[in-house]
Ligand binder design. Structure first.
Ligand SMILES: [Zn+2]
Length: 96
């Protein structure tokens, strides 16, 4: 399994983008690779701003639980639902 440490620009064909566990072009990144960005395990060297949309829940009575439900990353009309790749690793204090 490729575990890139850097996401490069879409269409990048540098040597590192052909190396396992190196980098990967944004347009070829799968959910697991994008999840690594969200976790901080990979750097966003794509030159692009990626939108991260997270959902959380309110407990009965109204206090934010801080539990993240879904995490979706969006860029240029593409979406990656990285929720299942993040396991329980991601939790945020209120409001996130
Ligand atoms: Zn590259």
């Amino acid at each position: 399994m490729n575990r890139p440490t850097s996401i490069h620009a879409a269409g990048c064909g540098c040597d590192d983008c052909h190396r396992p566990d190196g980098s990967i072009p944004l347009d070829q990144a799968d959910e697991a690779a994008i999840a690594r960005l969200v976790e901080g395990a990979a750097a966003n060297d794509s030159g692009e701003e990626l939108e991260v949309v997270m959902t959380t829940t309110l407990a009965p009575g109204g206090a934010p639980t801080g539990i993240v439900g879904t995490v979706v990353v969006r860029w240029d009309g593409r979406t990656w639902d990285v929720s299942r790749h993040l396991l329980a690793a991601v939790s945020f204090g209120p409001p996130f």
